[in-house]
Design a binder for this molecule. Structure first.
Ligand SMILES: CC(C)(COP(=O)(O)OP(=O)(O)OC[C@H]1O[C@@H](n2cnc3c(N)ncnc32)[C@H](O)[C@@H]1OP(=O)(O)O)[C@@H](O)C(=O)NCCC(=O)NCCS
Length: 478
């Protein structure tokens, strides 16, 4: 099963991640570490997973009874915001600095991760290697992973048939999720679990399914796109291409600059630590030992919500409404301020602004802005987005409700996609989903490697709170 070179080198590196992470913690450059081993994959994995379990056991033994986070009554009613109650290894979100993938910021990833050309955007395959292993891959390692993914990328006919039988009037995210579920019968994890596979092997089967899913998702997405907007006229997958170029070609685009944008897009949307709706859904459903197809589909159903991934669709809809409201007038700070207040006063949120964790401008917004400044500085919608960057935070701050008035990733992505010809806004979240597979499935592999148990936090009723906290507080006050 793991005889192919891509998985071999990936898995060897994967098994070294703990050693690397320890050294990162000790301020040793992660880049100085190289994954190399002559031992067989099985020997390395048996050894390293044993080591990892031991390390977690040591951590738990040392600090297992220390409080990691607390939960107030307000937090319990308030979406558990800021409650530290889970571990998640592939990325960490700092409220001010933004996301770091395995310790690397987005600008660092852009600098260090191999791309298709020198100085170009990183390949999402490079990021996948980093997320799984914690290591910046060499060009050879990325090439091997690309070949591995290509060898798995062809979608079975029965899955195409399922996708083709779905009404194109169904939202593309619902179609995407159906396509993912239609692959479930290929799950190695489900098959081996049913055969009684031992717990220490589960991660291998999870990796197997995750790579298959990641490899096939561009074609699932492209079929949804062509079925929904191009009367089902599908295009063949060119398996020689990297996943970004493969995706854009199957969607019907032939523009190397758009391929570069797609590489950036698929890289920056991949992961945003563990508590967001899509990542947490994948983790939660996977914790019941539902296989990666079932788990990832659940994550996509969460990504489809307007407060999460669907916001990128809503941003462009709103931008076009703003343009319409301007009625041919040039946008100015004054007329945009009025339109923003109109949006708020009509009871709507301004899409693309605010965040549950971030408290500054999202670095994923900034790198897209830099891309736009380089490639489409004169685009009318980009110029509108730029001006709104100066206007919206002031309006939201003045309104005084939001915790974070700054733009998030979704404030920019639609503008770029539209510029390169993807004008169908309802499709945008599907692209987000293709990317989100890289992070959430890498994390799922680690969940099984670490033997994380089924998730089951305790809930209480309002009556319980009254009986146990309100009455207690009242009697203490007497
Ligand atoms: C992302 C988001 C869901 C975070 O929600 P949150 O953590 O509850 O945010 P806050 O704590 O800042 O919310 C406090 C209040 O400000 C409001 N608020 C937050 N962002 C807002 C925005 N962009 N426009 C208007 N009001 C906003 C909230 O709706 C909430 O109002 P309420 O108390 O009347 O319910 C929220 O900022 C939002 O709806 N943004 C727009 C949608 C979006 O861009 N989503 C993509 C996120 S990556």
């Amino acid at each position: 099963m793991y005889s192919r070179v891509g998985v071999q080198s990936l898995s060897c590196a994967f098994s070294y991640v703990w050693k690397q992470q320890r050294q990162v913690l000790n301020n040793v450059s992660a880049r100085s570490l190289q994954s190399s081993s002559n031992a067989s994959l099985k020997e390395i994995l048996e050894q390293k997973i044993g080591e990892m379990r031991e390390e977690v056991a040591q951590v738990r033994h040392a600090v297992g009874n220390q409080v990691l986070g607390t939960c107030t009554v307000d937090q319990a009613y308030g979406g558990m915001r800021s409650v530290k109650a889970m571990t998640y290894e592939t990325s960490l979100l700092d409220p001010n600095e933004g996301i770091r993938f395995r310790g690397y910021s987005i600008p660092e990833c852009q600098k260090l991760l191999p791309g298709i050309k020198q100085g170009g955007e990183p390949l999402p395959e490079s990021l996948l290697f980093l997320l799984l292993t914690g290591e910046i891959p060499s060009v050879q390692q990325v090439t091997a992973l690309r070949e591995e993914l290509s060898s798995r990328a062809q979608l079975p006919d029965r899955v195409k048939k399922t996708l083709n039988s779905v009404s194109p009037s169904l939202h593309p995210m619902a179609q995407f999720s159906i396509g993912i579920l239609a692959m479930q019968s290929d799950s190695v994890f489900a098959r081996e679990y049913a055969r009684g596979a031992p717990k220490n092997k589960w991660w291998e089967y999870c990796l197997e399914d995750s790579l298959t899913l990641i490899a096939r998702l561009p074609q699932v997405a492209a079929i949804v796109y062509r079925n929904t907007y191009y009367q089902g006229k599908q295009l063949e997958a060119d398996l020689k291409l990297d996943m970004s170029a493969r995706l854009t070609k199957m969607m019907g685009f032939q523009n190397p600059e758009f391929d570069e944008l797609m590489r950036l897009y698929l890289t920056i949307h991949a992961d945003h630590e563990g508590g967001n709706v899509s990542a947490h859904s994948v983790r939660l459903v996977g914790s019941a030992l539902s296989d990666p197809f079932l788990s990832f589909s659940a994550g996509m159903n969460g990504l489809a919500g307007p407060l999460h991934g669907l916001a990128n669709q809503n941003v462009l809809t709103w931008l076009l409404q703003v343009k319409e409201k301007l009625g041919g007038q040039a946008p100015t700070k004054e007329n945009l301020t009025k339109i923003c207040w109109d949006t708020l006063n009509s009871g709507n949120v301004i899409p693309g602004f605010g965040h549950a964790v971030l408290r500054r401008t999202d670095p994923r917004y900034m790198c897209q802005r830099e891309f736009a400044l380089k490639h489409l500085p004169n685009d009318e919608i980009f110029q509108l987005v730029s001006l709104l960057y100066e206007v919206v935070p002031k309006v939201l701050s003045e309104q005084g409700k939001v915790s974070n008035p700054w733009p998030n990733v979704d404030a920019h992505s639609g503008t770029l996609l539209r510029y390169y010809g993807v004008k169908e806004m309802t499709f945008y979240t599907v692209l987000f989903g293709v990317s989100r597979a890289l992070g959430t499935l890498s994390s799922l592999v680690w969940d099984r490697a670490l033997g994380l148990p089924i998730e089951r936090p305790k809930s209480v009723t309002t009556r319980w709170i009254k009986e146990n906290l309100v009455h207690k507080a009242a009697s203490e006050a007497k």
